[in-house]
Design a protein around this ligand. Structure first.
Ligand SMILES: C[S@@+](CC[C@H](N)C(=O)[O-])C[C@H]1O[C@@H](n2cnc3c(N)ncnc32)[C@H](O)[C@@H]1O
Length: 358
């Protein structure tokens, strides 16, 4: 082939190839969608997006094929992007019944649901969408998909069917659970509130345990910095650990008679520990990130090498990306290796770090 012919062929190939694109619904914690979008922009260059639900749910078009986009996103382990669901079918209209019917015809048409397949149905709607509630819509969808003879489950599914309804459109897709960043609908990890639960904060540590694949019962001895009223301490005690709780504020009285608890009612800056006394350090202190880093690093000698630290960073309305980078770099200078940084569903104006001391 002459040089000219080769150039011509290249030229025609370029003209024929349409750039790959894919569409996803992306969810972050309320008020953090802009940071999730920034994470996507850093991965894909430019990102086209539209708000579906104020400050938390975006419809996003990426300049990559779906498979490649999912791989890039999951490998990047985003901090703020909590959940993605593919949009393989989109239809406008204002009748939820008709839209749901059309979405279900698309899902049945994929041929992925049949006898023996376990499918989780996840139906969400935007703030503005009226009519039936999301659970009612889910029941309805289940009826429409019954013909497939798939088994409908809420956990351990082979496929997740995602449907999102707005006031004037439906978006649907089907994906493997591991491709959605979270197998919970919208990444909203729900725990049942127990009777006598000491604080909602307990959910954060429960979620961290799950999200980071920790096995809390495997630790022996923990220090909980900023422990009051005692949600995290109570979970660690339930998991069978010895716990040293540090807080100038009062721990809930129900904890005080626990034999495995040592309660130091002091500011964390005033306590003294022996070297390598703990194999787990947790800190959910309500203080500025800078001071929290100072206090935690000051106590790090008490965490044995190989030990784990779970720490929340309060974002305090600062620029989160820069603040997180600064905190991570300070910890890494202090022999803590960051395994994950994540805004958990139960984190509000904060994120959680999972680190290991080396
Ligand atoms: C969000 S609460 C912790 C909730 C706790 N994780 C739970 O599950 O119940 C924050 C705590 O940090 C404590 N705190 C703030 N500054 C502190 C310091 N310098 N030393 C120790 N505790 C501190 C506060 O007294 C408060 O009880």
């Amino acid at each position: 082939m002459s040089e000219h012919e080769w150039e011509l062929e290249q030229h025609t190939q370029q003209e024929e190839t349409t750039p790959a694109e894919s569409v996803f619904i992306c969810t972050a914690n309320r008020d953090f969608a802009a940071y999730a979008q920034e994470e996507l922009r850093r991965l894909f260059g430019s990102v086209k997006s539209r708000v579906l639900s104020d400050r938390e749910v975006l419809l996003v078009q990426l300049n990559a094929a779906a498979e490649e986009a999912v791989q890039k996103i999951t490998e990047s382990r985003p901090i703020f992007l909590r959940h993605i669901q593919p949009v393989q079918f989109e239809q406008t209209g204002d009748n939820a019944g008709i839209l749901l019917g059309e979405a279900s015809s698309f899902i049945l048409g994929t041929g992925l649901l049949y006898t023996g397949v376990r499918a989780a149905l996840q139906v969400r709607k935007s703030e503005g969408a009226g009519g039936d509630s999301a659970p009612q819509l889910k029941e309805w969808l289940e009826e429409l998909l019954r013909a497939s003879e798939a088994e409908f489950v809420s956990a351990d599914a082979d496929w997740i069917v995602s449907v999102y309804l707005t006031a004037d459109a439906v978006y649907a897709g089907i994906s493997r659970p591991e491709d959605n960043l979270s197998d919970w609908s919208g990444g909203a990890v729900r725990f049942r509130r127990e009777e006598g639960q000491l604080s909602r904060a307990k959910f954060k540590l429960l979620e961290a345990e799950r999200e980071f694949g920790l096995y809390l019962s495997a630790y022996r001895s923990a220090v909980d910095i900023g422990a009051a009223p005692g949600g995290w301490t109570s979970l660690l005690l339930e998991r069978g650990l010895k716990v040293t709780a540090v807080d100038p504020a009062k721990l809930h009285p129900s904890l005080l008679k626990q034999p495995n608890l040592t309660y130091i009612r002091k500011n964390a800056g005033e306590v003294k520990f022996r070297d390598n006394e703990f194999d787990l350090l947790v800190c959910d202190m309500s203080w500025s990130p800078k001071l929290m880093v100072q206090l935690v690093t000051g106590l790090l000698h008490a965490l044995a090498p190989g030990g784990t630290a779970i720490v929340t960073i309060k974002l305090m309305h600062k620029k989160p990306m820069a603040l997180i980078k600064e905190v991570i770099s300070s910890f890494e200078d202090s022999r803590l290796q960051v395994q994950r940084a994540k805004q958990l569903f139960h984190n509000r104006e904060e994120i959680t770090l999972y680190m290991i001391k080396y």
